[in-house]
Design a protein around this ligand. Sequence first.
Ligand SMILES: C[S@@+](CC[C@H](N)C(=O)[O-])C[C@H]1O[C@@H](n2cnc3c(N)ncnc32)[C@H](O)[C@@H]1O
Ligand code: SF4
Ligand code: SF4
Length: 276
Amino acid sequence: MTLNIPYLETHVVDHCNLNCDLCSHFSNIAPKRFVGLDWFGKQLARLLEVADSIEPLALLGGEPTLHPELVGFVHLSRTYLPRAHIEIATNGTLLASKGADFWRALAENRIWLRITYYPGTRVDARAIARLAGDYGVGCGIRDLGKDKSWYCLLNARGDSDPRLAFANCPSRVCHTLYEGRFYLCPRPAYIHFWNRTQSKPIEVARSDYVDIFGENARSVLEQYLGRIDRSEALEFCRWCPERRQPVEWTSAATRRGRAGLVRKGLAFWVRGRQGQ
Ligand SMILES: C[S@@+](CC[C@H](N)C(=O)[O-])C[C@H]1O[C@@H](n2cnc3c(N)ncnc32)[C@H](O)[C@@H]1O
Ligand code: SF4
Ligand code: SF4
């Protein structure tokens, strides 16, 4: 029987230059870390010993364009996965500063750009799309200013019905490779960043991930991936909301901007009162 990983995403960096509140990878509170190219290659090679195919692959973070060797990740990914759809998911903020080498590497290796546009970042999405087009790089842009799909991540009480959370969860297919472990979804993979800010950490159960370098990794992975067909929740699911809870997208910068506006408004009001 063939074992296909139907989608895989992996960090090339943990941190980010934008810091959205409620980032689903906790990259807004993650310390700076650049993944080594050798380590990435070793994990990908091992996963391809354990499974027969991986497709699609998404390189992300954090903000992947912060990695000075991103082009190396692109070449290596294409070497290991000659026919797969490979994409880079980015907030787009650094794309305009990338040189011809970057764009040529994406074009040569048939890498798709998945850009999310965040309000207030001043990314000129049309100019980026034109630039990508000039180099023959395919790209898609999701505009958070318009589609407003931003969601709560956690139920910090940990009392959700895991089956309900799992059944309603769009992230259960966002399979994640992180530090030698394969996870069904990003939440348990990156919860250690959130734990750094908490007095009571959320533990990740051993059954919630697969050690890809461990014994019998193939059969363990096969069983583990079967959870989706069997509707079998992770232990971790009790920490996630039972239903999608939309919230407004904000970031540290927008909060600072709002606080500034309130301060200005208050000062204006006080001056007005003093002038009365
Ligand atoms: C974690 S980001 C990493 C890549 C890149 N920094 C970016 O923002 O595109 C990957 C995707 O997850 C989405 N995302 C992160 N947190 C989310 C949330 N709380 N609700 C909805 N989508 C979220 C982002 O908008 C982005 O499309
Ligand atoms: S830009 Fe992406 S990685 Fe950065 S904080 Fe926002 S969602 Fe997370
Ligand atoms: S732990 Fe469960 S509910 Fe939470 S993101 Fe993963 S699959 Fe979804």
